[in-house]
Design a protein around this ligand. Structure first.
Ligand code: F0G
Length: 365
């Protein structure tokens, strides 16, 4: 069976006409993986599922929104698209623009984007411009330029991005036969994705396709936590470069998602993110980029604070929680190598290898 992209699969919910030329890389339909060991390690009442968005065509959730944004840009006659990015948006925009046969320009903070993401924007032929500033400054410039010239802005302030990204919520509800999870946890950067998911859940419920709504849990990195602190952060810091954002464009709608859903937007330290990153890779075999691990770090923190102790599950015995794992680990190989034991370098000699493997230790004996 051919599995189509998100516009075709959820056409009734997408702003397209019958004759719209859809630009797609068959994004979406990402795995929803039950995390037994992680659940048991975090809280006895939690049933955690991982929505592995790193398996989208360019390795992040951005593709769900980019198919819609580029489809509309082409329909509206644009020949050039532009975005500011911490990396993933630029990778996705570059790929979809290539697919559409239009030009793409990306503004990225110099030295602060992961290697894989930079390589993607470059190989797809985008004009890549590094600025000596941060993401927030880059986005301000992109907004200014796109307001003056016939260039389509494809950051998540483009409403079509949100329309496409809401498909993630549809897939989760469909996977659970019309029931939304009790909670959904995700990292928050520019706050487009939390906005999109909440819109998706609400639309699905209004259409009679979801029985309930989840409580939304969003997590920022402590050095880049404007929504938690209640004010913009002029110089955002975090090793999770994807969410190194001090003044999110969709701030207000993120707060609405939190408040309407009786949810939480909290923050986690870089250390907590790193620990969750390693835990996911080693206990569940799921490799994500650091920012994606903020969702798992966040639920560990909430659990330690007793947050889930008195929660009544909507159905059954367990509290069902879906973690959105926004980007693939291969995006950021430097972080992976820094977080792990370095490989042994040996002569091509059997004994030396056996010694390193500890073949005489009980585990191998
Ligand atoms: N996770 C990853 C891997 C991301 O790349 C981003 C955002 C987020 C989470 C946060 O999503 O911004 O919708 O709240 N990356 C953007 C970019 C900013 O330019 O790639 P958000």
């Amino acid at each position: 069976m051919r599995i189509a992209g998100v516009i075709e699969r959820y056409r009734a919910f997408m702003p397209v006409q019958d004759n719209t030329r859809v630009i797609s890389l068959n994004e979406g339909s990402t795995p929803l993986i039950q995390a037994y060991k992680l659940s048991a390690a975090i809280h006895p009442k939690l049933e955690i599922w991982l929505k592995y968005e790193g398996l989208n065509p360019t390795g992040s959730f951005k593709d769900r929104g980019m198919t819609m944004a580029i489809t509309k840009a082409v329909e509206d006659g644009f020949k050039v698209v532009m975005c500011a990015s911490t990396g993933n948006t630029s990778a996705s925009a570059a790929a979809y623009a290539a697919r559409a046969g239009i030009k793409c320009a990306v503004l990225i903070p110099e030295g602060k984007i992961a290697l894989g993401k930079l390589s993607q924007a470059m190989v797809h032929g985008a004009k890549v411009i590094q600025i000596k500033g941060n993401f927030d400054e880059a986005l301000t410039l992109v907004r200014q330029i796109c307001s003056k010239y016939p260039i389509c802005l494809v950051n998540s302030i483009n409403p079509f991005r949100i329309e496409g990204q809401k498909s993630g919520a549809f897939e989760i509800v469909d996977a659970f036969d019309g029931v939304a999870p009790d909670f959904q946890a995700m990292p928050v950067g520019n706050a487009g994705n939390i906005t999109a998911y909440w819109k998706g859940y609400k639309e699905y419920k209004a259409a009679g396709k979801a029985a309930n709504l989840p409580r939304m849990l969003g997590f920022q990195a402590a050095g880049s936590a404007p929504i938690v602190l209640g004010h913009p952060v002029a110089e955002p810091m975090t090793y999770a470069t994807a969410i190194r954002i001090g003044n999110p464009a969709s701030w207000k709608t993120a707060e609405e998602a939190r408040d309407e859903s009786n949810g939480v937007i909290g923050m986690v330290t870089d250390h907590q993110i790193k620990e969750a990153y390693k835990l996911l890779a080693r206990t569940e075999g799921v490799f994500v980029e650091p920012a994606s691990a903020a969702s798992v770090a966040g639920i560990i923190k909430l659990s330690q604070n007793g947050f889930f102790d008195n929660v009544e599950p909507l159905y059954g015995e367990m509290i069902r929680l879906v973690c959105i794992l926004t980007g693939h680990g291969l995006k950021d190989p430097d972080s992976a190598i820094a977080a792990a034991e370095q490989p042994a370098t040996l002569e091509p000699n059997e004994e030396a290898i056996l010694e390193v493997l500890g073949m005489l230790e009980p585990a191998f004996a």
